[in-house]
Ligand binder design. Structure first.
Ligand code: SIN
Length: 332
């Protein structure tokens, strides 16, 4: 992994703007939830407002210390985490974290997580009118809950119940995105259930459930036993999920994530049908990864003679141009 920002050999002049459910973003590279808290720790490396958006660590109703340690393990081309949704709780987040992002002009995508529909409703209610809020990402797919049966994204009915409740509580101008799990038999069915329940878009995908066993202690490496696998190892799976859903639901905007480490990785997600990408695990080794990915993406588009990000979204699918892309064209 390199921390060098790519130096263009030709001057890129690419229109990087993108839209997600009618909300405009200056470019399609976001952070990924869970990899940089609420963005503050990245500010020493780059201006967080330079990104399309900052997706915050999933916030819960109450402060939470998370799972016992060890909570991370290395894997080939990836990382296993069992953090357990550690966080300050929604009140502290609204007091300290969201205003900090708003002061810097960052577009905040706030990820919320709950143990029940009621908790999601409380979170959505608290977010109403919050300054700097661009979108809500509803994390219904955290793999690190005590009971895997609680993963809402594993069941169409449970996923739909959360999403419709959050959609009802959220202002009409704030898109609600459902974050889906790749650990399902048919991700299209879950995606469709979320959209039918009112999701304005989909974030795809969360980590895959995995496990490492320490051959010295002869015990699971993580205290929580299982954890979420992320990083380049999951990119082909994440890309397949995005492509499958984009094929069937071409009008639904997708924020794609899963092992994005370079501009060409980001380009693959856009071609598969994502309108923007989140960079996650890469920031642990290279905190500048999101801005480097953005520079590399711009360069890659310029080298291919492509003037606008909007022109590549979904090119690798069989779908027709999306309505919000057409709207962007008309408005220009
Ligand atoms: C965690 O905090 O356990 C990770 C959250 C997630 O993967 O959704």
């Amino acid at each position: 992994m390199t921390s060098t920002v790519a130096r263009p050999s030709v001057a890129p002049a690419v229109d990087l703007r993108t839209t997600l459910a009618g909300v405009r973003f200056p470019n399609p590279v976001f952070t990924a939830s869970g990899c940089a808290a609420a963005g503050r720790e990245l500010a020493q490396f780059f201006d967080v407002a330079a990104l399309g958006g900052v997706v915050t660590k999933s916030i819960m109703v109450r402060p939470r210390s998370g799972r016992p340690t060890p909570r991370m393990a290395e894997t080939p081309s990836g990382m296993l985490n069992s953090i357990g949704l550690q966080g300050p709780g929604i009140d502290a987040f609204l007091e300290h974290d969201l205003p900090w992002l708003a002061d810097r002009g960052a577009r905040a995508v706030v990820s919320i997580a709950g143990g029940s529909v009621e908790e999601y409703v409380r979170l959505a209610t608290k977010l109403r009118g919050a300054p700097g809020l661009a979108m809500v990402e509803v994390n219904i797919s955290c793999p690190n809950v005590e009971d895997r049966g609680q993963v809402f994204a594993g069941d169409s009915g449970a996923a739909a119940a959360v999403i419709s409740a959050v959609r009802r509580q959220s202002p009409a101008h704030i898109p609600v995105f459902a974050k889906l799990s790749p650990d399902v038999t048919d991700i299209v069915a879950i995606a469709r259930a979320c959209v039918d329940a009112g999701a304005d878009g989909l974030s795809m995908v969360n980590t895959l459930l995995g496990m490492v066993i320490d051959t010295t202690t002869l015990r699971p490496a993580l205290a929580g036993v299982t954890g979420g696998l992320s990083g380049p190892a999951i990119r082909p799976v994440a890309l397949r999920c995005v492509w499958q859903v984009a094929q069937v639901l071409p009008e639904v905007p997708i924020l794609g994530m899963g092992g994005v480490r370079t501009g060409l990785d980001a380009l693959q997600f856009l071609l598969a049908g994502a309108s923007a990408v989140s960079v996650g695990t890469a920031v642990f080794g290279d905190p500048r990864a999101p801005v480097r990915v953005l520079a590399e993406l711009e360069q890659a588009l310029a080298e291919r003679g492509i003037d606008r990000v909007a022109d590549v979204i979904g090119l690798a699918t069989d779908r027709l141009p999306r309505p919000d892309i057409a709207r962007t064209e008309e408005e220009q």
